[in-house]
Write a protein that binds this ligand. Sequence first.
Ligand code: SF4
Length: 232
Amino acid sequence: MRDIQIGGLVSFTTIDYPGKLAAVIFLRGCPLRCAYCSNPHLLDIGDGEYDPGKVFEWLTSRVGKLEAIVFSGGEALMQGDALIEYMKRVKNLGFKIGLHTNGFYPDVLMRAAQTVDWIGLDYKATRDKYLELTGNAIAYDNMIRSLESWLQTGRDIEVRITCDPRFIDRAALHDIASDLHSRGVKNIAVQKYIPHFEDNAHGTTADQRNQFFDDEMRNTLNTMFESVVWRE
Ligand code: SF4
C-alpha cells in the first residue's frame, strides 16, 4: 500500500476541532475542482512534501500537549485505506481524530467511522448548483450519502456551508438549513466566502458576500440548530 501523501501541516490550532487543541494534517488529492478552492496546490495527489514517518514521530512528541489531530485536504479520504491505517496509528497515541471532508467518498468514510471521532462536512450548495461549483456531476449525491451514513453512526458532525454568492443566495441557504434541520443535524457553520486569489473573485462584491450575515438570517438559523458558528 502506498503511504499517505501529505502536503501541509498546521502544528497548533484552536478552531479546527470543536473545543480541542489540535494540529491539522493536509492530505494531497481531491476529486473536485471547486471554483473557490483555496488549496489548488493540493488537488493532485502527486508526491507529498512531508515524510509520513517523520510527521508521526512529531505527533508522538505532541502527546499530552495536543488533544486532537485533524485530517484535511484536498480530500483526505481520496487516500483510502492508507489514510485509515495512519489515522488508527495516530488514534492509538491517544488523540481524538477529526476529519474535514467534502463527502465524496461515503464508502471510505464508513470504513473510517470507527476511527474518526468528529467530521466537518461541506454542504456547498443546493443540488442544482453543485456541478457548476465543483465540476463534478455526482458530488452532491455522494455528499448526501455521506451525511446520511454518518448521522446513522451517531458520531459528532458539523456541517459547513460556504456562502459564495455565485452559487448560493439567501433562499438557497434557507433551503439547505431546512434540509439539515429535517435530517436532525444539530451543529452547522455558516462561512463567508473570501476570495483567496484575484482570479476566483469573479467580481463578487463585499455586499454580496456579506448578505448572509444579517440579524434576520442569524435569528432564523440560530433557532433551528443547537449551534451555528458564523465564520465571517
Ligand atoms: S473540495 Fe475543497 S480541496 Fe477540493 S476542490 Fe473543493 S475546496 Fe478545493
